[in-house]
Design a protein around this ligand. Structure first.
Ligand code: CMC
Length: 430
């Protein structure tokens, strides 16, 4: 079979560019030699047509609404698997055997505590600090405490750092929450599973017994699975770019958390709930839909649309079901927010503007309502996203470091500023 190529003509120069095929998904045109051969860069702001790396971890078909972790459909993992099993799958490439699962769970469990000195970092913040700012700072600070897992050239240290972050993220996230509401930190309880332990650290108080609701724990575990990885999204690309310079893994994950915070990315779950609250009642929906369609109004329906999914986000379908389960378990029958959400979804899905632009509800649309019902304040929504996405960031970071062809990420630009000019003394400037 002859290798596929693409022919590119720039002015008088013609070049054959190799075309590479993955297991599934679109082919890619390899332009890595383009600059050397033609002295041209490619231009793709927002990377809408650019594959930034080769990866074996997650596959998305946005037109068909497909999401696979290491080949396994998200629906099957969410239905039958659990989060730590998913972590193992993302990190190692295969589902664990029973023994591997027990061993991995044991290793994660033994790293759940944070260095006692870390508590000082929390208490340095204002009580009203957004917990995402606390996350960015404290996760970055882990590098100052765990010197024995900073050598990125050592595979053992890379894995120790990875396990540490998966294990400590719930503890740090819960501490951020407790600090904001002025309650004492709750230590991890290692006999509990990952999600139950997190619920307990968030909602228990030292003076009372706390019983984890297993249905809520299972729902939270499923939410973690749904958020665990999502290919080369903005925060993952941030982690890869930060890691490409050889930065330590804790610093890279802190960079990912900072990127995730934005309302166009992970911050959308908080923004979606705020929007539902602002709309307030079903009769006001048409006004907001009209605003979302108005080109002169910057308002967008938060929780709608996705860069990659131009079909229903498969995670949103599972999230919608989980949302109903949680509300049912908690006996919440008439939640006005849910009424607004359901009606907004119905109107948007039958509106020509949203149909034509393929704007479907994304995962953030339903996760906010679910997390609110569980008792999390809106400011914690993106923190939970960060907690769950940590494994995806780490798996992608490890894959990049372990790729022998890895180099520092260094995009170029189309320069449109002033051409070279001479310095003018301040007294001569007009
Ligand atoms: N409401 C109204 N109009 C929209 C929306 C929306 N939520 N999203 C996109 N559009 C319109 C947009 O105005 C544009 O119209 P036109 O072609 O007439 O200029 C068109 O649809 C394409 O939009 P775009 O901004 O070029 O698309 P994008 O791929 O750059 O943006 C997005 C994707 C997710 C940033 C965007 O849909 C958005 O801002 N959605 C709301 C925020 C949100 O829910 N984000 C969560 C993403 S899922 C979680 C995650 O993975 O982080």
């Amino acid at each position: 079979m002859t290798a596929k190529t693409a022919t590119l003509t720039v002015g008088s120069k013609t070049m054959e560019l190799p075309v590479k095929s993955g297991t599934i998904g679109p082919d890619v045109i390899d332009i890595s030699k383009l600059y050397g051969a033609t002295h041209n860069f490619t231009y793709d702001p927002g990377f809408t047509s650019t594959a930034s790396c080769e990866s074996k971890i997650t596959y998305i078909d946005g037109d068909e609404g497909v999401l696979l972790y290491r080949g396994y459909p998200i629906e099957q993992l969410a239905e039958h698997g659990d989060f730590l099993e998913t972590c193992y799958l993302l990190l190692y490439g295969e589902l664990p055997t029973k023994q591997q699962y027990d061993d991995f769970t044991g290793r994660v469990t033994r790293h759940t505590m944070v260095h006692e000195q870390m508590t000082k970092f929390f208490t340095g913040y204002r009580r009203d600090a957004h917990p995402m700012s606390v996350m960015v700072g404290t996760v970055g600070a882990l590098a100052a405490f765990y010197h024995d897992s900073l050598d990125i050239a050592d595979p053992h240290q890379r894995m120790v750092a990875s396990i540490r972050m998966i294990a400590k993220m719930p503890t740090i996230a819960a501490m951020a929450h407790k600090y904001t509401i002025g309650q004492p930190f709750i230590f991890p309880e290692n006999k509990l599973d990952y999600a139950s332990n997190f619920l307990r650290m968030c909602f228990a108080v030292p003076c009372e017994e706390y019983k984890v609701n297993p249905i809520l724990a299972r729902a939270l575990d499923r939410i973690f699975i749904l958020h665990a990885d999502h290919e080369q999204n903005a925060s993952t690309s941030t982690v890869r770019l930060a890691g490409s310079s050889g930065a330590n893994p804790f610093a890279c994950i802190a960079a990912g958390i900072a990127c995730l915070w934005g309302p166009a990315h992970g911050g959308a779950n908080e923004a979606a709930l705020a929007m539902l609250q602002e709309i307030g009642s079903v009769d006001r929906i048409p006004e907001y839909v009209r605003r979302a369609k108005d080109k002169n109004d910057p308002f967008r329906l938060m929780g709608f649309g996705h860069r990659v999914y131009k079909n229903y986000d498969p995670r949103a379908k599972i999230m919608q079901k989980t949302c109903h389960e949680v509300l049912g378990t908690l006996g919440i029958k008439d939640d006005p927010l849910l009424d607004v959400a359901m009606e907004l979804e119905r109107i948007a899905l039958s509106d020509e503007y949203f149909i034509e632009k393929k704007l479907y509800p994304n995962i953030d649309f339903y996760s906010g309502i679910t997390l609110k019902a569980m008792g999390f304040p809106t400011s914690m929504f993106t923190v939970l996203f960060a907690l769950a996405r940590t494994v995806g960031w780490i798996a992608q970071w490890k894959e990049m470091i372990e790729d022998p062809s890895q180099k520092i990420g260094r995009p170029r630009q189309l320069y449109t500023g002033a051409a070279q000019r001479d310095y003018v003394d301040v007294t001569d400037r007009r």
